[in-house]
Design a protein. Structure first.
Length: 333
């Protein structure tokens, strides 16, 4: 449903016999009308990598739907659902490791984390539609920082807190009107570059999103994913599905020996920039060269890159001729 159609569907109900409005329409409700944090129950904690270090947490978030009853229209939704805020891949959630009442009483905020949603908006809404709860997925790393390690051990039935969806998904820092959707509408090719678990989570949401899948069917989508090793790579079982829909998937392992035949001497790990240089910017083997295209045709999504690595990639993309406004990042950076 387009924003215009949504607004039209959310016009106020006709007045009651007393002349008073029955209630505010959906369009009259603001995000501020909703609680800052909601209770989320862990439904499933499943492995997302071969070695089990990466975990997908499936969360069921309280999101009861109330309906208004009018004379002309029956069962109109009283207010937006929490899940309605999730519009595009790259949006994030603040997750606390205790229920809202406990987290509020804690001076530490209950172990707060900013995590990208790893399920697509379509997938999340489809699963949530028949329920009085919303289903979302997040990716956590048992070898990450202490708060992630703790969260990664949350089992089914564990109670957490989740906040409102944050950010506008993948968008340009230099041109706020340019984002993932507008890039596809303009016919631009998409290059997704992700590093580690934090980088793969929002990219997986993008690759599973119907508009991106349709774009990939005409050969317009490529992804470069940097993982520590094959056993520590996220969502390996889904890569073939993405290839089948038409996307070009290239994986680089920071463990040098994972990219080639094992040698007698163990090699030192490759740096992130060394791996990206080989996969993206190499004059002979870089992706644009492989796909016979110019950098002017691309929009690049960066995920999981921080600090000097992020700056270096942006600088090299600019040197190759890609306009800065076509480099998109998410809140998860």
């Amino acid at each position: 449903m387009s924003p215009a159609e949504y607004r039209r569907a959310c016009q106020p109900l006709s007045a009651s016999r007393s002349g008073e409005p029955l209630a505010k329409s959906v369009s009259q409700y603001d995000v501020d009308d909703q609680p800052a944090f909601r209770t989320a129950t862990v439904v499933e904690n499943r492995g997302a990598s071969a070695d089990g270090s990466l975990r997908t947490l499936v969360l069921s978030v309280e999101d009861r739907v109330n309906f208004l009853e009018g004379r002309r229209v029956k069962a109109r939704q009283e207010a937006p659902r929490w899940i309605d805020q999730y519009r595009t891949p790259g949006q994030c959630l603040v997750v606390r490791q205790s229920p809202p009442d406990v987290a509020a009483a804690s001076s530490s905020g209950g172990g707060e984390l900013m995590l990208a949603v790893s399920s697509s908006p379509y997938h999340a809404r489809r699963q949530s539609a028949p329920l009085d709860a919303s289903i979302v997925e997040v990716l956590v790393d048992r070898q990450g920082e202490a708060s992630q390690q703790q969260l990664s051990h949350a089992g089914p039935g564990a109670l957490l807190s989740v906040g409102r969806f944050q950010g506008n998904g993948f968008s340009s820092l230099f041109a706020p009107d340019i984002g993932l959707q507008s890039a596809m509408e303009s016919g631009r090719r998409l290059l997704l570059i992700g590093v580690g678990a934090s980088g793969m989570a929002p990219l997986r949401a993008a690759m599973d999103w119907a508009p991106v899948q349709a774009h990939a069917s005409s050969g317009q989508v490529a992804m470069v994913y940097l993982a520590p090793s094959p056993t520590a790579a996220a969502y390996l079982s889904e890569w073939d599905q993405w290839r089948e829909m038409g996307a070009h998937i290239q994986v680089e392992y920071l463990d040098r020996d994972s990219n080639q035949c094992a040698s007698d001497k163990p090699s030192s790990p490759r740096s992130i920039m060394e791996s990206i240089d080989a996969a993206v910017f190499d004059r002979q083997q870089g992706l644009p060269r492989k796909l016979n295209s110019s950098w002017h045709d691309w929009t690049v999504l960066l995920s999981g890159l921080i600090g000097s690595d992020a700056a270096a990639v942006c600088r090299k993309l600019s040197e190759e001729g890609l306009s800065s406004e076509h480099i998109l990042v998410s809140e998860a950076q």
